[in-house]
Design a protein around this ligand. Structure first.
Ligand code: LMR
Length: 397
Protein backbone atom coordinates (compact mmCIF):
# COMPACT_ATOMS: atom_id res chain seq x y z
CA UNK A 1 0.00 0.00 0.00
CA UNK A 2 2.62 2.53 1.01
CA UNK A 3 4.91 2.09 -2.00
CA UNK A 4 3.05 4.94 -3.68
CA UNK A 5 4.07 7.47 -1.06
CA UNK A 6 7.02 9.53 -2.13
CA UNK A 7 9.06 11.40 0.44
CA UNK A 8 7.56 14.81 1.19
CA UNK A 9 9.73 17.92 1.15
CA UNK A 10 10.69 19.21 4.61
CA UNK A 11 8.38 21.72 6.30
CA UNK A 12 9.69 25.19 5.39
CA UNK A 13 10.06 26.19 9.06
CA UNK A 14 10.57 22.92 10.95
CA UNK A 15 13.04 21.58 8.36
CA UNK A 16 15.42 24.36 9.39
CA UNK A 17 15.56 23.05 12.96
CA UNK A 18 17.03 19.75 11.79
CA UNK A 19 19.44 21.42 9.35
CA UNK A 20 20.65 23.77 12.09
CA UNK A 21 21.21 20.93 14.56
CA UNK A 22 23.29 19.04 11.98
CA UNK A 23 25.53 22.07 11.25
CA UNK A 24 28.83 21.67 13.13
CA UNK A 25 30.04 25.27 12.70
CA UNK A 26 30.74 27.11 15.98
CA UNK A 27 29.51 30.32 14.28
CA UNK A 28 26.05 29.03 13.39
CA UNK A 29 23.10 31.34 14.09
CA UNK A 30 19.53 30.03 14.29
CA UNK A 31 16.95 32.62 13.24
CA UNK A 32 14.55 29.99 11.90
CA UNK A 33 11.74 28.59 14.01
CA UNK A 34 9.84 31.12 16.15
CA UNK A 35 11.03 30.20 19.61
CA UNK A 36 12.03 32.81 22.21
CA UNK A 37 15.67 32.67 23.33
CA UNK A 38 17.41 34.47 26.17
CA UNK A 39 20.83 36.16 25.95
CA UNK A 40 22.53 32.74 26.25
CA UNK A 41 20.54 31.33 23.35
CA UNK A 42 18.42 29.16 25.65
CA UNK A 43 14.65 28.75 25.82
CA UNK A 44 14.28 28.21 29.57
CA UNK A 45 11.13 27.13 31.37
CA UNK A 46 9.60 30.30 32.86
CA UNK A 47 9.81 30.50 36.66
CA UNK A 48 6.04 31.02 36.89
CA UNK A 49 5.59 27.83 34.84
CA UNK A 50 8.02 25.87 37.05
CA UNK A 51 6.19 26.91 40.21
CA UNK A 52 2.74 26.28 38.76
CA UNK A 53 3.85 22.91 37.42
CA UNK A 54 4.96 21.81 40.90
CA UNK A 55 1.57 22.82 42.31
CA UNK A 56 -0.24 20.98 39.53
CA UNK A 57 1.72 17.79 40.15
CA UNK A 58 1.18 17.96 43.93
CA UNK A 59 -2.55 18.56 43.60
CA UNK A 60 -3.27 16.13 40.78
CA UNK A 61 -5.08 13.07 42.08
CA UNK A 62 -6.10 11.45 38.79
CA UNK A 63 -5.19 11.19 35.14
CA UNK A 64 -8.68 10.39 33.99
CA UNK A 65 -10.09 12.08 30.86
CA UNK A 66 -10.89 15.77 30.96
CA UNK A 67 -13.42 16.43 28.16
CA UNK A 68 -13.41 17.15 24.41
CA UNK A 69 -13.89 20.88 25.16
CA UNK A 70 -10.87 20.74 27.48
CA UNK A 71 -10.08 21.97 30.96
CA UNK A 72 -12.87 24.40 31.96
CA UNK A 73 -10.72 26.36 34.45
CA UNK A 74 -8.21 26.91 31.63
CA UNK A 75 -10.71 27.89 28.94
CA UNK A 76 -12.42 30.38 31.27
CA UNK A 77 -9.12 31.92 32.39
CA UNK A 78 -8.10 32.24 28.74
CA UNK A 79 -11.38 34.01 27.92
CA UNK A 80 -10.57 36.61 30.58
CA UNK A 81 -7.01 36.98 29.31
CA UNK A 82 -8.05 37.44 25.68
CA UNK A 83 -11.18 39.56 26.11
CA UNK A 84 -10.52 41.27 29.45
CA UNK A 85 -12.30 40.05 32.60
CA UNK A 86 -15.35 42.29 32.37
CA UNK A 87 -15.90 42.34 28.61
CA UNK A 88 -19.64 42.58 27.78
CA UNK A 89 -19.33 39.63 25.37
CA UNK A 90 -18.21 37.43 28.27
CA UNK A 91 -20.80 38.77 30.70
CA UNK A 92 -23.62 38.16 28.20
CA UNK A 93 -22.47 34.55 27.76
CA UNK A 94 -21.93 35.00 24.01
CA UNK A 95 -18.40 33.58 24.09
CA UNK A 96 -17.88 29.83 24.18
CA UNK A 97 -14.43 28.30 24.22
CA UNK A 98 -12.87 25.00 23.28
CA UNK A 99 -9.31 24.04 24.16
CA UNK A 100 -7.09 23.39 21.16
CA UNK A 101 -4.02 21.23 20.75
CA UNK A 102 -1.90 24.40 20.82
CA UNK A 103 -2.67 27.45 18.73
CA UNK A 104 -2.45 25.35 15.55
CA UNK A 105 -5.12 23.02 16.88
CA UNK A 106 -7.30 26.02 17.71
CA UNK A 107 -6.87 27.37 14.18
CA UNK A 108 -7.84 23.99 12.75
CA UNK A 109 -10.90 23.79 15.01
CA UNK A 110 -11.95 27.23 13.76
CA UNK A 111 -11.48 26.14 10.16
CA UNK A 112 -13.48 22.95 10.77
CA UNK A 113 -16.31 24.95 12.32
CA UNK A 114 -16.41 27.31 9.33
CA UNK A 115 -16.42 24.30 7.01
CA UNK A 116 -19.26 22.68 8.96
CA UNK A 117 -21.34 25.89 8.78
CA UNK A 118 -20.49 26.96 5.20
CA UNK A 119 -18.32 24.41 3.32
CA UNK A 120 -17.64 26.70 0.36
CA UNK A 121 -16.24 29.54 2.44
CA UNK A 122 -13.14 31.31 1.26
CA UNK A 123 -10.68 32.43 3.93
CA UNK A 124 -8.84 35.62 2.98
CA UNK A 125 -5.32 35.73 4.37
CA UNK A 126 -2.74 38.51 4.45
CA UNK A 127 -0.06 38.50 1.78
CA UNK A 128 2.16 37.10 3.12
CA UNK A 129 0.91 35.02 6.03
CA UNK A 130 2.42 32.36 8.29
CA UNK A 131 3.37 29.37 6.10
CA UNK A 132 1.44 26.89 8.25
CA UNK A 133 -1.84 28.80 7.92
CA UNK A 134 -2.12 27.31 4.45
CA UNK A 135 -2.19 23.58 5.31
CA UNK A 136 -4.04 24.18 8.58
CA UNK A 137 -6.91 26.02 6.92
CA UNK A 138 -7.08 24.24 3.57
CA UNK A 139 -6.73 20.81 5.18
CA UNK A 140 -10.45 20.66 5.90
CA UNK A 141 -11.47 21.82 2.44
CA UNK A 142 -11.58 25.59 2.76
CA UNK A 143 -10.11 27.76 0.02
CA UNK A 144 -7.66 30.58 0.68
CA UNK A 145 -7.26 33.88 -1.15
CA UNK A 146 -4.64 36.52 -0.34
CA UNK A 147 -5.39 40.18 0.42
CA UNK A 148 -2.71 42.89 0.11
CA UNK A 149 -0.92 43.47 3.40
CA UNK A 150 2.85 43.96 3.59
CA UNK A 151 4.73 46.64 1.71
CA UNK A 152 8.37 45.53 1.36
CA UNK A 153 9.32 49.01 0.14
CA UNK A 154 8.46 50.59 3.50
CA UNK A 155 8.25 47.67 5.93
CA UNK A 156 4.72 48.87 6.71
CA UNK A 157 1.21 47.90 5.62
CA UNK A 158 -0.51 48.60 2.31
CA UNK A 159 -3.55 49.66 4.28
CA UNK A 160 -5.49 51.46 1.50
CA UNK A 161 -5.16 48.41 -0.79
CA UNK A 162 -5.99 46.06 2.06
CA UNK A 163 -9.17 47.97 2.92
CA UNK A 164 -10.16 48.20 -0.74
CA UNK A 165 -9.70 44.43 -1.20
CA UNK A 166 -11.73 43.61 1.93
CA UNK A 167 -14.39 46.07 0.81
CA UNK A 168 -14.96 44.08 -2.37
CA UNK A 169 -15.61 40.72 -0.66
CA UNK A 170 -19.02 39.09 -0.64
CA UNK A 171 -20.90 38.94 2.67
CA UNK A 172 -19.92 35.96 4.77
CA UNK A 173 -16.31 35.86 3.54
CA UNK A 174 -13.84 34.93 6.25
CA UNK A 175 -10.87 37.23 6.93
CA UNK A 176 -7.92 35.86 8.87
CA UNK A 177 -6.17 38.61 10.84
CA UNK A 178 -3.09 38.52 13.10
CA UNK A 179 -3.86 40.19 16.45
CA UNK A 180 -0.26 41.37 16.93
CA UNK A 181 3.33 40.46 16.06
CA UNK A 182 2.37 39.62 12.48
CA UNK A 183 4.03 36.41 11.33
CA UNK A 184 6.17 36.64 9.16
CA UNK A 185 6.44 40.43 8.72
CA UNK A 186 6.29 42.03 12.20
CA UNK A 187 4.15 44.79 10.63
CA UNK A 188 1.07 45.34 12.81
CA UNK A 189 -2.07 47.39 12.24
CA UNK A 190 -2.31 50.53 14.38
CA UNK A 191 -5.42 51.07 16.54
CA UNK A 192 -6.72 53.48 13.91
CA UNK A 193 -6.16 50.92 11.15
CA UNK A 194 -7.97 48.26 13.19
CA UNK A 195 -10.96 50.61 13.44
CA UNK A 196 -10.90 51.03 9.66
CA UNK A 197 -10.82 47.26 9.17
CA UNK A 198 -13.71 46.94 11.61
CA UNK A 199 -15.79 49.44 9.61
CA UNK A 200 -15.26 47.39 6.42
CA UNK A 201 -16.01 44.12 8.23
CA UNK A 202 -19.29 45.61 9.47
CA UNK A 203 -20.24 47.11 6.12
CA UNK A 204 -19.50 43.91 4.14
CA UNK A 205 -20.73 41.55 6.89
CA UNK A 206 -17.48 39.57 6.95
CA UNK A 207 -16.44 37.02 9.55
CA UNK A 208 -13.10 37.91 11.18
CA UNK A 209 -10.98 35.01 12.38
CA UNK A 210 -8.22 36.44 14.58
CA UNK A 211 -5.04 34.49 15.23
CA UNK A 212 -3.51 35.64 18.54
CA UNK A 213 -0.30 33.64 18.96
CA UNK A 214 1.86 36.32 20.61
CA UNK A 215 -0.26 38.07 23.23
CA UNK A 216 2.10 40.14 25.38
CA UNK A 217 5.14 39.92 23.11
CA UNK A 218 4.31 42.97 20.98
CA UNK A 219 2.96 45.95 22.93
CA UNK A 220 1.75 44.18 26.11
CA UNK A 221 -0.98 41.74 27.17
CA UNK A 222 -3.80 44.28 26.81
CA UNK A 223 -2.41 46.23 23.85
CA UNK A 224 -1.96 43.02 21.83
CA UNK A 225 -5.59 42.03 22.46
CA UNK A 226 -6.89 45.43 21.27
CA UNK A 227 -8.49 44.09 18.08
CA UNK A 228 -10.02 41.05 19.81
CA UNK A 229 -11.69 43.28 22.42
CA UNK A 230 -12.79 45.93 19.94
CA UNK A 231 -14.23 43.42 17.46
CA UNK A 232 -15.97 41.48 20.23
CA UNK A 233 -17.68 44.71 21.35
CA UNK A 234 -18.90 45.68 17.90
CA UNK A 235 -19.55 42.52 15.90
CA UNK A 236 -22.17 39.78 16.02
CA UNK A 237 -19.70 37.01 15.15
CA UNK A 238 -15.99 36.44 15.67
CA UNK A 239 -13.54 33.55 15.97
CA UNK A 240 -10.30 33.91 17.94
CA UNK A 241 -7.52 31.29 18.05
CA UNK A 242 -5.05 31.76 20.91
CA UNK A 243 -1.73 30.06 21.55
CA UNK A 244 0.10 29.70 24.88
CA UNK A 245 3.26 28.46 23.18
CA UNK A 246 5.26 31.68 23.08
CA UNK A 247 3.89 33.87 25.88
CA UNK A 248 3.96 31.05 28.44
CA UNK A 249 6.92 29.28 26.81
CA UNK A 250 4.84 26.09 26.71
CA UNK A 251 5.65 25.10 23.13
CA UNK A 252 5.69 21.32 23.49
CA UNK A 253 2.75 21.17 25.90
CA UNK A 254 0.34 22.26 23.14
CA UNK A 255 -2.00 24.61 25.01
CA UNK A 256 -4.33 26.96 23.16
CA UNK A 257 -7.96 27.97 22.81
CA UNK A 258 -10.57 28.72 20.18
CA UNK A 259 -13.08 31.36 21.27
CA UNK A 260 -16.41 31.49 19.44
CA UNK A 261 -18.57 34.60 19.60
CA UNK A 262 -22.02 34.62 18.00
CA UNK A 263 -25.14 36.78 18.26
CA UNK A 264 -26.53 34.93 21.28
CA UNK A 265 -25.49 32.62 24.09
CA UNK A 266 -27.64 29.82 22.65
CA UNK A 267 -26.05 30.07 19.17
CA UNK A 268 -22.59 30.03 20.70
CA UNK A 269 -23.58 26.96 22.71
CA UNK A 270 -24.79 25.28 19.51
CA UNK A 271 -21.51 26.14 17.73
CA UNK A 272 -19.56 24.73 20.68
CA UNK A 273 -21.53 21.49 20.48
CA UNK A 274 -20.30 21.14 16.88
CA UNK A 275 -16.73 21.78 18.00
CA UNK A 276 -17.01 19.10 20.65
CA UNK A 277 -18.05 16.62 17.93
CA UNK A 278 -15.26 17.80 15.65
CA UNK A 279 -12.66 17.41 18.40
CA UNK A 280 -13.99 13.95 19.33
CA UNK A 281 -13.74 12.89 15.69
CA UNK A 282 -10.22 14.27 15.19
CA UNK A 283 -8.35 13.48 18.42
CA UNK A 284 -11.02 13.01 21.11
CA UNK A 285 -9.50 15.26 23.76
CA UNK A 286 -6.65 17.74 24.14
CA UNK A 287 -3.69 17.16 26.49
CA UNK A 288 -4.11 18.70 29.95
CA UNK A 289 -0.66 19.41 31.36
CA UNK A 290 -0.02 22.79 29.69
CA UNK A 291 -3.62 23.89 30.24
CA UNK A 292 -3.43 22.97 33.94
CA UNK A 293 -0.24 25.03 34.30
CA UNK A 294 -1.75 28.08 32.59
CA UNK A 295 -4.93 27.93 34.65
CA UNK A 296 -2.80 27.73 37.84
CA UNK A 297 -0.80 30.78 36.79
CA UNK A 298 -3.79 32.86 35.77
CA UNK A 299 -5.78 31.83 38.86
CA UNK A 300 -3.12 32.88 41.37
CA UNK A 301 -2.27 36.55 41.80
CA UNK A 302 1.37 35.95 42.74
CA UNK A 303 2.04 33.58 39.84
CA UNK A 304 0.15 35.84 37.44
CA UNK A 305 2.30 38.83 38.44
CA UNK A 306 5.47 36.78 38.12
CA UNK A 307 4.40 35.57 34.65
CA UNK A 308 3.58 39.13 33.55
CA UNK A 309 7.05 40.28 34.67
CA UNK A 310 8.76 37.42 32.84
CA UNK A 311 6.69 38.11 29.73
CA UNK A 312 7.56 41.82 30.00
CA UNK A 313 11.26 40.90 30.14
CA UNK A 314 10.93 38.81 26.97
CA UNK A 315 9.11 41.65 25.21
CA UNK A 316 11.69 44.24 26.30
CA UNK A 317 14.56 42.02 25.22
CA UNK A 318 13.06 41.64 21.73
CA UNK A 319 12.55 45.40 21.48
CA UNK A 320 16.13 46.15 22.49
CA UNK A 321 17.41 43.50 20.05
CA UNK A 322 15.43 45.24 17.31
CA UNK A 323 17.09 48.57 18.13
CA UNK A 324 20.56 47.02 18.26
CA UNK A 325 19.96 45.11 15.02
CA UNK A 326 19.01 48.30 13.18
CA UNK A 327 22.19 49.93 14.54
CA UNK A 328 24.47 47.04 13.53
CA UNK A 329 22.90 46.54 10.10
CA UNK A 330 23.05 50.26 9.35
CA UNK A 331 26.75 50.25 10.26
CA UNK A 332 27.52 47.10 8.24
CA UNK A 333 25.37 48.02 5.18
CA UNK A 334 25.27 51.86 5.10
CA UNK A 335 23.60 51.99 1.68
CA UNK A 336 20.50 50.10 2.91
CA UNK A 337 17.70 51.28 5.16
CA UNK A 338 16.81 48.75 7.87
CA UNK A 339 15.00 51.21 10.15
CA UNK A 340 11.67 49.40 9.50
CA UNK A 341 12.89 46.59 11.79
CA UNK A 342 12.80 49.03 14.72
CA UNK A 343 9.19 49.98 14.00
CA UNK A 344 7.95 46.40 13.74
CA UNK A 345 6.90 44.20 16.66
CA UNK A 346 7.16 40.63 17.87
CA UNK A 347 9.55 37.87 16.99
CA UNK A 348 9.73 38.27 13.25
CA UNK A 349 10.81 40.62 10.49
CA UNK A 350 11.50 40.03 6.84
CA UNK A 351 15.06 41.03 6.02
CA UNK A 352 14.03 41.62 2.41
CA UNK A 353 16.78 39.62 0.71
CA UNK A 354 16.32 37.13 -2.13
CA UNK A 355 16.06 33.35 -1.62
CA UNK A 356 19.49 32.97 -3.33
CA UNK A 357 21.04 35.26 -0.73
CA UNK A 358 19.22 33.43 2.06
CA UNK A 359 20.79 30.21 0.77
CA UNK A 360 24.20 31.90 0.56
CA UNK A 361 23.87 33.13 4.15
CA UNK A 362 23.26 29.57 5.23
CA UNK A 363 25.92 27.90 3.07
CA UNK A 364 28.70 30.46 3.55
CA UNK A 365 27.95 31.94 6.99
CA UNK A 366 25.86 29.26 8.79
CA UNK A 367 23.03 31.74 9.35
CA UNK A 368 19.60 30.05 9.23
CA UNK A 369 16.34 31.78 8.28
CA UNK A 370 13.33 30.79 6.17
CA UNK A 371 13.55 31.29 2.38
CA UNK A 372 11.40 34.41 2.50
CA UNK A 373 14.21 35.96 4.64
CA UNK A 374 12.13 35.88 7.83
CA UNK A 375 14.35 36.21 10.88
CA UNK A 376 13.48 35.32 14.45
CA UNK A 377 14.75 38.42 16.24
CA UNK A 378 14.77 36.52 19.57
CA UNK A 379 17.45 34.21 18.14
CA UNK A 380 19.92 37.13 18.14
CA UNK A 381 22.17 37.97 21.10
CA UNK A 382 25.17 40.09 21.97
CA UNK A 383 27.25 37.03 20.98
CA UNK A 384 26.03 36.75 17.40
CA UNK A 385 24.52 40.11 16.42
CA UNK A 386 27.66 41.65 14.99
CA UNK A 387 28.55 38.44 13.16
CA UNK A 388 25.03 38.31 11.73
CA UNK A 389 25.15 41.94 10.50
CA UNK A 390 28.57 41.36 8.90
CA UNK A 391 27.31 38.17 7.23
CA UNK A 392 24.30 40.03 5.80
CA UNK A 393 26.60 42.77 4.48
CA UNK A 394 28.78 40.13 2.77
CA UNK A 395 25.79 38.32 1.29
CA UNK A 396 24.40 41.61 -0.05
CA UNK A 397 27.75 42.77 -1.52
C1 LMR B 1 7.01 29.83 13.60
O1 LMR B 1 6.34 30.52 12.85
O2 LMR B 1 8.23 29.64 13.46
C2 LMR B 1 6.37 29.20 14.81
O3 LMR B 1 5.04 29.57 14.87
C3 LMR B 1 6.59 27.75 14.90
C4 LMR B 1 5.86 26.95 13.86
O4 LMR B 1 5.19 25.98 14.23
O5 LMR B 1 5.94 27.24 12.66
Amino acid sequence: MFERLERMPDDPILGLMAAFRADQSPDKVDLGVGVYRNGRGETPVLEAVRRAERLVLEAQSTKTYVAPAGNAAFTQAMERLAFGASHPALISGRVRTIQGVGGCGALRLGAELIHAAAPHSIVHVSSPTWANHVPLLTGCGLELEPYPYYDPATGGIRSAEMLQALDSLPAGSVVLLHASCHNPTGADLSEEQWREVLAVVQRRRLLPFIDMAYQGLGGGVDADAFAVRLFASELPELLVAVSCSKNFGLYRERAGTLHILTESASRSEAALSHEVRIARRLYSMPPDHGAAIVSRILGDEGLRDLWRRELGDMRERILSLRRELVRQLSAACPSQDFSFIGAQRGMFSLLGVSPERVRALRADHHVYMTEDSRINIAGLSSENLEYFARSVARALA
